[in-house]
Design a protein around this ligand. Structure first.
Ligand SMILES: NC(=O)c1ccc[n+]([C@@H]2O[C@H](COP(=O)([O-])OP(=O)(O)OC[C@H]3O[C@@H](n4cnc5c(N)ncnc54)[C@H](O)[C@@H]3O)[C@@H](O)[C@H]2O)c1
Length: 352
């Protein structure tokens, strides 16, 4: 692992995206979303994903200049088409459409079809929380999990997320795949040729495996057995059935299907806290709840009870100063893209 200043990595990612045809403003959105994941410690959804997005753009599988179009407008409900553009870019633009609607009406929702993998959901949820809003976000993604009792990949790891503003200097950030583990962790283990823990995955014949490569050919297990299956199904219905995006196993795999688009669907529901109660009262009530959670009795060996989002916020503060970690594999990919696209690799390693 080498560490780099976040701003330098943002600039490099944006220049590489621009070099494959992404308009500069959109390239900055993509770069910011990726580096934000690295800052928060979710490196599985950070700069390590740039390589596959660049590959797919150069093969014409993602439209770098896509625009977001409104297919249906029912006041504060929008049905959007991402035009096969970058998921991060279209999701930020969708949120931009929903914010004034939620301010005016208390709640606004959108489906987004014809999109791609869009990284860590908390990026969008935290942006909404910065505005005093709660964004409930869901997405389907490439097939990785089977229904309970099966072993053929049907669902993606279908994550769900929401962030809540607090007065504690961080947002409560609920952001989780409905799989036992985000698939990015298996991809990371496979890249490092490491084994994965038991209980994460089945191989392509339905047998438990600790081999990351076999796991990627097989299925990731759902979170909490049948309950994870049920939640993944709910995310699927909101994200694809309702949006018009590809359903379940029809979604193109970002890594395996280098011949067709993904057609991922997202679902956003944005709630304006001020429409429900005074934002100051919300803040004092949520802060009081956090205090009570953190003061609750700790299990033996536990120093501190954390609330979701607390560790990520601490990571972000440290990584902003000390730099974000970039693996050797990702660095090698960036070097290759820089030489291929004639973009200077001018990031200076922190503490080199
Ligand atoms: N775009 C996609 O297709 C896709 C698919 C799957 C996952 N993802 C992303 O992958 C990322 C990782 O997902 P994950 O399921 O591995 O999440 P995770 O298991 O790391 O965390 C799940 C939740 O638990 C909280 N948490 C973790 N440790 C905690 C602790 N000790 N105390 C209190 N709270 C704690 C986190 O803040 C988070 O809200 C997410 O950002 C998700 O959006 C994206």
């Amino acid at each position: 692992m080498k560490k780099f200043q976040p701003q330098q990595m943002r600039s490099l990612a944006a220049r590489l995206a621009t070099a494959v045809g992404v308009p500069s403003g959109d390239a900055e959105i993509l770069a910011d979303a990726l580096v934000d994941a690295d800052l928060q410690g979710t490196s599985t959804h950070g700069i390590s994903r740039l390589n596959i997005y660049l590959q797919r753009m150069t093969k014409g599988l993602i439209a770098p200049k896509a625009t977001l179009s409104i297919e249906r407008d029912s006041g504060s409900v929008l049905a959007l088409d991402a035009g096969n553009g970058l998921g991060q870019v279209q999701a930020v633009k969708a949120l931009g459409l929903l914010l004034p609607l939620a301010r005016a009406n208390g709640v606004a929702a959108a489906t987004i079809r014809n999109s791609q993998h869009f990284g860590a959901l908390s990026y969008y949820c935290n942006r909404a929380a910065n505005e005093g809003m709660v964004l409930l976000a869901m997405t389907n993604c490439e097939p990785a999990m089977s229904p309970e009792g099966g072993y053929q990949a049907f669902f993606g790891t279908n994550p769900i997320a929401a962030s809540f503003p607090t007065g504690k200097g961080f947002h409560i950030k609920i952001d989780l795949a409905t799989s036992i583990i985000a698939r990015g962790n298996i991809i990371a283990a496979q890249k490092k040729k490491q084994a994965i823990p038991e209980g994460w995955a089945l191989d392509r014949h339905g047998n438990p495996t600790t081999d990351a490569q076999e796991a990627l050919l097989g299925t990731v297990l759902t979170m909490a057995g049948h309950k994870g299956y049920a939640l993944a199904l709910m995310v699927e219905i909101f994200s694809s059935v309702l949006s018009g995006a590809a359903i379940g196993a029809d979604i193109g795999s970002m890594y395996k299907n280098m011949d067709r688009k993904q057609d991922v669907g997202h679902f956003f529901c944005l709630l304006n806290i001020a429409a429900f109660l005074d934002p100051d009262e919300f803040c004092s009530r949520i802060d009081d709840m956090i205090d009570r959670i953190k003061a609750s009795a700790k299990r033996p060996g536990v120093d501190e009870i954390l609330v979701p989002g607390e560790r990520s916020a601490r990571n972000a503060l440290v990584n902003e100063i000390q730099g974000i970690s970039v693996s050797q594999e990702t660095l090698a990919e960036l070097q290759q893209w820089c030489s291929r696209l004639n973009v200077p690799l001018d990031c200076i390693e922190v503490n080199a």
